[in-house]
Design a protein around this ligand. Structure first.
Ligand SMILES: Nc1ncnc2c1ncn2[C@@H]1O[C@H](COP(=O)(O)OP(=O)(O)O)[C@@H](O)[C@H]1O
Ligand SMILES: O=C(CO)[C@@H](O)[C@H](O)COP(=O)(O)O
Length: 546
């Protein structure tokens, strides 16, 4: 069937994130038609599951964190099957697909032969799944993901090779960070040269999914590509100096071509037409990173700050390319997915805090709360500013501040205390995380008074009313939430709409957001003062760690 003959034109967005894969189907009026999600730890649905949270922490080196590529492949098949089982729409009406992946993670292909067969093979046995077909296609099964912090040495080499962290920031928009793909590739090349040699193509998780849907290698997009320490973000091309230090012939392994995240790349592979009944003319639009994709969906204007409360917590905003700071930031500048695809005048600021939802879950358990509601009851026994108690919860090596690990608690006199009692600890984790977001946004020269009108939230924890109220009070700004909560997947579906209907401006201004919390001015002064204490205590923690 050709695309012109479809009765209802639908768009599918897919988000392959840290703990799960999520899908959303929307129509041309941007109404949600169906949603589905599969957790990577679900042993009732996935043979290739990983418990408890969908990724593997190496027993010998806790900084090494990976997810087997088969988890991604099986989850994609299962989520499409579940979406089809809903029988809410006809798959042949889907005219476009795009989406996103958790950022920085890397996939190592040995050969594209079986990948190509997804596109061309017409007489495949129906029982063959993506895992069956692609089982011999990879040179390495375990994909390093963004939570990996094992590449400190490689980061130092990259910075040294370009004349220091300031230079690296001016080229790539970031100082060297352990999870960024350049240092991860360098580690594979140096520690396992035989695997690196065998690798024909290295992909990010975003263009890996695009490739599966196309049945051919898809290029990396500029926004997700900015999270590698390999891309010259102002020239929008690879930096030869960075490529050369990270691996031999790396440009060939990554592919020379880079695309804007609003690029149509071709029709869907035959595998998906035969197995799920997709329209053979359904177009695949470049996937990007989950944060740029959420930003695309929710940043209706430059004075909106988008905060994602997922496995990681992230803060996103717009920066003009002409205003790129001279001094390197603690944070990242990416090619903005909302920028014009011919002229890169707009960058996107991204701050990422590793200790997000998993720490909140752990504190919930430590305080004896069975669920989020019980934690909320506990919180109601406390007051904003927590009688001066402050906590820093870096259960995993943190990104901001870089590489700090441990728990640190302080009383109102700034004295270190061993632990906090249940209710105070519950408030401390939420307040500490929100104070960190405001602090690092200010450090990135975003003036809250002049440059920010409102905050839009997304991610699993964005439904937590206590967290959202604390965010509004600490920032002194109204907080809005999108009606459709899976903004990464939604951003994908919206890009597919924009590309296929050839809209020159993005559809994001039409995404419905509702007020989730208004700031309460009676608490702002207390939080302003608390932020000053938080800043000093954080400095002390960093000094003590040196
Ligand atoms: N009511 C809630 N309060 C706080 N956190 C929640 C709530 N509901 C879900 N979450 C958190 O959402 C997280 C998953 O968020 P999500 O954005 O889907 O993650 P990711 O995209 O990184 O896989 C879970 O780890 C869970 O702790
Ligand atoms: O490392 C980063 C961003 O720099 C993370 O935000 C990953 O992109 C994972 O996202 P979630 O699964 O937590 O949404």
């Amino acid at each position: 069937m050709s695309n012109e003959n479809v009765t209802q034109r639908l768009y599918l967005g897919i988000d392959l994130s840290t703990q799960q894969i999520k899908c959303i189907v929307i129509d041309e009026q941007l109404q949600t038609i169906a949603e589905e999600a599969i957790s990577f730890n679900d042993n009732s649905l996935l043979v290739h599951h990983v418990q408890p949270n969908g990724f593997v922490v190496d027993k010998n080196d806790k900084r090494c964190i990976t997810t087997p590529v088969f988890v991604f492949l099986e989850a994609l098949d299962v989520v499409l099957q579940k979406l089809s089982d809903q029988k809410k729409f006809d798959f042949s009406n889907i005219v476009g697909i795009s989406g996103c992946g958790q950022q920085h993670g890397s996939v190592y292909w040995k050969t594209k032969t079986e990948l190509g067969s997804l596109k061309t093979d017409n007489n495949r046995e129906q029982s063959l799944s993506l895992v069956n077909i692609l089982k011999s296609s990879f040179s390495r099964i375990d994909c390093p993901i963004w939570m990996d912090s094992s590449t400190t040495n490689e980061c130092q080499s990259i910075e040294k090779s370009v004349g220091g962290s300031q230079n690296l920031f001016q080229i790539t928009g970031s100082k060297a960070y352990e999870r960024f793909t350049g240092s991860q590739i360098m580690k594979v090349a140096n520690k396992t040269p035989e695997i690196y040699e065998q690798t024909e193509r290295i992909q990010l998780i975003s263009n890996f999914v695009t490739s599966i849907l196309l049945g051919e290698y898809a290029p990396i997009d500029l926004s997700d590509g900015s999270g590698m320490n390999l891309l010259d973000i102002r020239q929008c091309k690879w930096s030869k100096a960075c490529l050369d230090i990270c691996g031999k012939d790396l440009e060939t392994k990554l592919s020379e071509k880079l695309v804007h995240p609003r690029t149509a790349l071709g029709n869907i592979a035959n595998y998906f037409v035969e197995r799920y009944g997709f329209n053979s003319q359904c177009q695949i639009v470049s996937f990007t990173g989950d944060n740029p994709s959420s930003y695309y969906a929710l940043a209706s204007d430059p004075k909106t700050i988008v905060i994602s409360l997922g496995t990681s917590d992230t803060v996103m905003g717009a920066i003009s390319a002409n205003e790129m700071p001279k001094q390197a930031l603690d944070g990242h500048l990416l090619v903005n997915p909302l920028a014009n695809d011919r002229e890169n005048t707009l960058l996107m600021l991204l701050l990422c805090f590793k200790n997000g939802s998993l720490v909140r879950e752990r504190v919930r358990e430590e305080t004896g709360s069975k669920d989020w509601h019980e934690m909320s009851v506990l919180l109601s026994q406390t007051t904003p500013s927590n009688q001066g108690f402050i906590g820093f919860f870096y259960d995993d090596h943190e990104i901001l501040p870089q590489n700090i690990q441990g728990r640190f608690y302080f009383n109102a006199d700034n004295q270190k205390v061993e632990n906090l009692e249940g209710a105070a600890k519950a408030r401390a984790v939420l307040e500490g995380q929100c104070l960190a977001k405001r602090l690092y946004l200010q450090r990135a020269n975003i003036d809250l008074t002049k440059n920010v009108d409102r905050i839009v939230i997304t991610g699993g924890a964005s439904v937590n009313v206590d967290l959202v109220q604390i965010l509004a009070d600490i920032f002194g700004k109204p907080v809005y939430a999108a009606v459709a909560p899976n903004s990464g997947a939604l951003g994908g579906a919206l890009r597919a709409v924009d590309v296929i209907t050839e809209k020159s401006n993005s559809t994001t201004s039409s995404v419905e957001c509702l007020i989730a919390a208004q700031p309460r001015s009676q608490y702002t002064a207390g939080y302003d003062e608390m932020l000053l204490r938080y800043t000093k205590l954080e400095e002390k923690i960093i000094q003590d760690a040196k």
